[in-house]
Ligand binder design. Structure first.
Ligand SMILES: Cc1cc2nc3c(=O)[nH]c(=O)nc-3n(C[C@H](O)[C@H](O)[C@H](O)COP(=O)(O)O)c2cc1C
Length: 400
């Protein structure tokens, strides 16, 4: 890869070094207010690639190790399409997440479609450290996408874990693991030409040794951190099953002295973070579904708050940080999953409503009913005790 390589026609215009980011942006990523939302501009210009000095490469190489250590980061919110949006990232940070990932962004669209780029990311200063995750299968596209965000986040990540058919058709995610040379070329290009560190999120392979050599090749290519999801590519849908932490340990033992390894999979209950770190030797633990169902899972002190209260608080973030309807709907469904099973009418309303206030009303109603049911439960318990007591007295009377 050399400085003037341009194998693909980008909508993003090429320009001189001094004009890297465009004038259309309304808010600077350095805005004073840490909660001021920044969106990527629709029109951007990208300066020609300039090779990183050895000093920058080694600074990036050390970045995640030092950041995780210095900030004592062990709890990480996973990248989730439509679910690790800005509002949810900030909400989970309040309850213990210390590092967050954006949802996966399509590098090709991000580079070539200004509207997609503007909608793909909402950022605030308070949400740092932050990793922007891409899927890609072309060296130049991945590099261009990474360079477009190099001033607004702390690291970029390549999604090598998505097992879905859409990823198979699009040749990305875990389906790219069959093309390790290409992956390594993409990673090395970002190491060599992007200002910020590149990491990879992988699944374990079918074979132990294969997983180890795969991880080692990624690190050799320049990955500065690895997230290892302890399930194979076939473990999805009905076959999801449990993540195998011993397979994550293999990777930690193989490359953990060179780059930080984060463990992913099976974080379901408070206390699992510690159990997982102990079992895998990983420096940090990433959670996806566990946090969706219980966004307070990282916060041992608060892990048992009623779900409708959690949903109500999430909705405040959703309102303030402009979460999209589908993200909000999915969060409310998951957070209130168990209580919604009780109230079919409310469940139906969650699937039909669109505005934040509608979801707020549903959650408020859920709270009222849950409280009323709890009260009724208590009353039934008192009645039952009274009945039990009178039977006991009656028996005692008969004996006398
Ligand atoms: C709704 C949803 C969306 C996801 N989107 C992404 C994604 O954008 N990028 C990615 O690498 N993994 C994605 N994943 C996978 C998770 O990041 C994670 O690897 C997986 O769910 C296993 O972790 P868990 O056992 O904690 O759920 C997604 C998972 C879920 C449930």
């Amino acid at each position: 890869m050399n400085g003037d390589t341009t194998t693909e026609g980008y909508e993003v215009e090429r320009c001189g070094e001094s004009e890297a980011i465009d004038e259309e942006s309304t808010v600077s990523p350095d805005a004073e207010d840490p909660l001021q939302i920044f969106r990527m501009p629709k029109k951007m210009k990208l300066a020609d690639n300039v090779k990183n000095s050895d000093e920058i490469i080694s600074k990036n190489q050390r970045f995640w190790r030092e950041t995780l250590q210095n900030q004592k980061i062990t709890k990480v919110l996973a990248p989730m399409v439509d679910q690790s949006e800005l509002a949810f990232r900030l909400f989970t940070r309040k309850y213990g997440a210390q590092l967050t990932f954006t949802p996966m962004i399509h590098a090709h669209l991000f580079v070539n479609d200004g509207t997609y780029r503007r909608n793909a990311l909402a950022l605030v200063k308070a949400d740092r450290p932050l990793v922007v995750q891409f899927c890609a299968n072309k060296v130049d596209t991945f590099l261009a996408a990474c360079r477009l965000v190099e001033d607004v986040c702390d690291g970029v990540d390549l999604n090598l874990g998505c097992p879905q058919m859409v990823a198979k058709r699009g040749r990305y995610g875990s389906w790219l693991q069959d093309e390790v040379d290409l992956i390594c070329e993409m990673v090395s290009a970002v190491r060599d030409y992007c200002k910020i560190p590149v990491s990879c999120k992988i699944r374990v392979r079918d074979d132990r040794q294969e997983t180890i050599s795969y991880a080692t090749r990624l690190v050799d290519a320049g990955a500065t951190m690895l997230t290892v999801h302890g399930r194979t590519r076939d473990m999805k849908g009905a076959e999801t099953g449990l993540a195998d932490w011993t397979r994550i340990r293999d990777v930690v033992e193989a490359v953990g002295s060179r780059v930080p390894v984060m463990a992913n999979g099976n974080i379901q209950f408070p206390g699992d973070v510690e159990r997982c770190m102990e079992a895998t030797g990983a420096v940090a633990v990433m959670s996806a579904e566990g946090l969706l169902y219980n966004p307070l899972i990282f916060d041992d002190a608060n892990a048992h708050v009623e779900t409708w209260k959690i949903a109500a608080e999430y909705l405040e973030y959703a309102r303030d940080f402009h979460a999209g309807t589908s993200a909000i709907r999915a969060h409310v469904f998951r957070i209130c999953h168990h209580s919604l099973l009780e109230y079919e009418d409310l469940r139906m309303r969650v699937s039909l409503e669109h505005r934040v206030e509608d979801f707020e009303n549903i959650v408020e109603e859920l709270g009222k009913r849950a409280r009323a049911d709890a009260e009724a439960g208590k009353e039934r318990e008192v009645e039952a005790r009274k009945l039990f007591e009178s039977i006991r007295l009656f028996k005692a009377y008969c004996i006398i």
